[in-house]
Design a protein around this ligand. Structure first.
Ligand code: ZN
Length: 328
């Protein structure tokens, strides 16, 4: 059947749900069959439309939900966990994720409060609170309605290097700090979550660690890439866009896109755009306000990378960070 990939007693059944509201093109999850054992990797997005699509695919593939032995989540984002609460209510099926993902999915400790405080501070420090009102209000609502968003069932912890259902767990932070990849070493199949996408789009999002401290996502991303670069990976099953085979080409594309964006940012700073807003607007124009969350995340990530490389420096002035070329 269309899209199924088989080798050495194992099969991948892709569930590629097309979406037109995002440049990501599709929301993907996969059923991985290792002999008689079925694992669902990621669980799509909330809503009836996806749910119907999911069950239709299962029926096309002649797989019954009760055959699925476990669900593994590549990371905590809601377009990967959508069906989990519904499925665990109906079937007794264990859920697995990394420790960082568990804290977030179960809203453990003060996670949601810490997240809200982190973004309030971040946007303030970068002088963009005016653009962030909608997002911050949404976070405040989530904090109040935590029961509605958190995953209901227990989640079992996966460690780097662990084997599960024929898959080898690798930590690949960058897109998010909790991201894991799942590798079928025998076939060279990598379930990548959103770590790598076919288009080479680098979507390393600003986030914080357990102590609430900002993480440099591009540095993490570049380090994670080295774990899979020049390897014998034959197929990459990503969380969005198409399944792809040319991993090293995709990596080159992604890294050169990042370098290009970094150069552009440095150029804008050298032209006198000193604040995050001014830099973002100089690069993206009116799209800055429209796609604020992603663009500010990218701008901050790139400034951190440029600082790390000693190209630019920042100063605290009038209650926010301002940027200039180093030794300017
Ligand atoms: Zn994601």
């Amino acid at each position: 059947m269309d899209g199924i990939i088989e080798a050495s007693g194992k099969t991948v059944y892709p569930i590629i749900f097309p979406v037109n509201y995002s440049s990501l093109g599709s929301i993907n999850c996969y059923i991985y069959q290792n002999r008689n054992e079925y694992t669902l990797i990621d669980a799509g997005i909330k809503g009836e439309e996806f749910e119907q699509f999911f069950y239709q695919k299962l029926s096309d593939y002649r797989i019954e939900m009760k055959q699925i032995k476990r669900i593994i989540l590549t990371h905590f984002h809601e377009d990967h966990t959508g069906l989990v609460n519904k499925l665990t209510k109906e079937y007794s099926i264990p859920i697995y994720a990394s420790q960082i993902a568990i804290t977030r999915l179960k809203c453990e400790g003060e996670y949601l409060q810490q997240k809200l405080t982190f973004y309030q501070e971040l946007y303030k420090q970068y002088g963009v609170t005016d653009f962030a009102v909608e997002r911050l209000t949404k976070m405040e609502n989530t904090l109040r309605n935590k029961e509605k968003v958190m995953l209901q069932s227990a989640i079992l912890q996966l460690e780097e290097g662990q084997q599960i259902g024929g898959l080898h767990v690798i930590a690949v932070p960058g897109h998010s700090p909790d991201s894991i990849g799942l590798l079928d070493k025998e076939n060279g199949w990598l379930f990548a979550g959103d770590f790598l996408l076919a288009s080479g789009m680098t979507n390393a999002l600003i986030d914080h660690d357990e102590a609430g401290i900002i993480i440099n996502p591009l540095m993490q991303y570049i380090e994670s890439i080295e774990k899979v670069r020049h390897s014998s990976i034959q197929y990459v099953f990503a969380g969005h866009e198409a399944v792809f085979q040319n991993l090293d080409d995709v990596i080159e594309k992604s890294l050169s896109k990042t370098e290009y964006k970094l150069q552009k940012l440095v150029k804008k700073i050298s032209e006198g755009h000193q604040t995050a807003q001014a830099i973002g607007e100089a690069i993206y124009g009116p799209r800055f306000a429209k796609h604020f969350i992603f663009i500010i995340s990218e701008v901050i990530g790139l400034t951190l990378l440029a600082q790390e490389r000693g190209i630019i420096e920042r100063h605290w002035q009038e209650e926010q960070w301002i940027f200039q070329l180093k030794n300017d």
